[in-house]
Design a protein around this ligand. Structure first.
Ligand code: NDP
Length: 391
């Protein structure tokens, strides 16, 4: 039986992963499931799937988790150290689907054991791409992309030589505010930005889709995962979310990956890789879809894309600062402290402030460096939010 752990099991990606695992009883042995505040879901899934251990990120929720697991024989853990301990438990396949920079350390740790890491946590690659890839190489571990665009690129590259790749095109739905007039965007509320036209995802990533900070992260992720030069990577708006990405080759061929907007596609590909197996996802009926549209994004509407390009070109700590500032700006927006269009200004201001304090182009020497810069950037980003509030 394959031993499997799911980090971020209570989230949108985690639940889709458990759905696939539960469909193949007897095939998998569930080692660790982790979650955050949703103790009821975590305990119920741990019981249903017979996990060895369940871990909540929050130490003050440990008693609640223990009570919810009482009599099951399932171990309970809480906090960062327990997450790392769970990553140390032998597993053949681990899903990294914690949201935010909190997902970096457990995934990084799992690589040390030569496991296969299915990586949904894009923050890991954005903040510490070169370190993560080097850690995987050093321990013979495999990282498989779970973001639908990167899974699509990965599939488009099977059997191909990277030297033949001319460009990589990542598609974007344009998010929930795509058709809003530009001048109305500053007034967008959390509810407006939190509704996605095509994908059913967690709240944070849905708002990041509306601002295109999610796509910005994906451009950086593409550079880090596939080792492609920034000028070869582009984003295009594709409202139908049927084509997930395209790879362009030197002979002019463009290989596209099409699929229903259902994350079980990319998760299932990573789960069964290198095989392809039946997946419970809708099949595409091209005649019914009839039209697939593509157009260039307007950088006034999506300033995050311009920032991503600068981050890719800078390298070093820029991704770490970008991600920390972006997460903080989103917290500020969710708390009603800044407007929707202020988020990009906060991120840009934080990148500027940090560039006068540290040499952003320097490569981080370890995870501690990355986490330290992450903390500094969050402090600067909160300061930028306060400045905007009082302006
Ligand atoms: P969700 O918000 O739905 O779930 C996040 C998971 O992380 C939950 O299990 C949550 O626990 C847990 N969590 C929250 N905070 C912490 C913390 N501080 N420490 C440890 N665990 C924590 O997110 P998604 O599933 O949408 O996204 C997960 C990752 O996958 C993100 O990096 C996202 O960018 C990426 N991704 C998501 C896609 C999607 O379709 N949703 C598509 C591609 C990539 P709890 O809920 O119990 O509090």
């Amino acid at each position: 039986m394959r031993r499997i752990s799911v980090f971020g099991a209570t989230g949108s990606i985690g639940q889709n992963t458990l759905d696939l695992i539960a469909r193949a009883p007897g095939e998998y042995r569930v080692v660790a499931l982790t979650g955050g505040a949703n103790i009821v879901q975590l305990a119920a899934d741990a019981r249903r799937l017979g996990a060895e251990v369940a871990v909540t990120a929050y130490p003050d929720r440990l008693d609640e988790l223990r009570a919810a697991l009482a009599g099951s024989g399932i171990e309970a853990g809480a906090g960062e150290a327990a997450l790392i301990e769970a990553a140390d438990r032998p597993a053949d396949w681990i899903m990294s689907a914690i949201v935010g920079a909190a997902g970096l350390a457990p995934g990084f740790r799992a690589l040390r054991h030569g496991t296969t890491l299915a990586l949904a946590n894009k923050e890991s690659l954005v903040t510490a791409g070169p370190l993560l890839m080097a850690e995987a190489r050093a321990h013979g571990a495999t990282i498989l992309p779970v973001d639908s665009e990167h899974s699509a690129i990965f599939q488009g590259l099977v059997g191909e030589d990277m030297s033949a790749v001319e460009k990589i095109i990542v598609t974007a739905s344009g998010g929930g505010l795509r058709d809003w007039p530009l001048e109305a965007l500053p007034m967008a509320t959390v509810a407006d930005a939190g509704a996605h036209p095509n994908w059913d995802m967690g709240q944070r990533i849905t708002i990041d889709s509306a601002s295109m900070f999610n796509k910005a992260m994906e451009l950086i992720e593409t550079k880090e995962f596939f080792g492609v030069a920034p000028e070869k990577i582009e984003a295009v708006i594709h409202p139908q979310s049927i084509v997930h990405a395209l790879v362009g080759f030197r002979d002019g061929a463009l290989m596209a990956h099409l699929g229903a907007p259902d994350m079980r596609h990319a998760i299932g590909y990573a789960l069964h890789w290198p095989e392809r197996r039946d997946l419970p996802v809708a099949r595409i009926d091209l005649a019914q879809i009839a039209t697939l549209e593509f157009y260039a994004p307007d950088l006034r509407r999506y300033p995050a894309l311009g920032l991503a390009r600068a981050v890719m070109e800078t390298g070093g700590f820029a991704g770490s600062v970008f991600n920390a500032a972006k997460e903080t700006a989103l917290d500020g927006f969710l708390a009603g402290r800044i407007g929707f269009m202020d988020m990009a200004g906060v991120v840009e201001g934080t990148l500027d402030a940090m560039s006068s304090e540290i040499r952003l182009t320097n490569p981080p020497s370890g995870l501690e460096d990355v986490l330290q810069v992450d903390q500094m950037a969050r402090t600067r980003a909160w300061a930028a939010i306060e400045t905007r509030e009082t302006a």
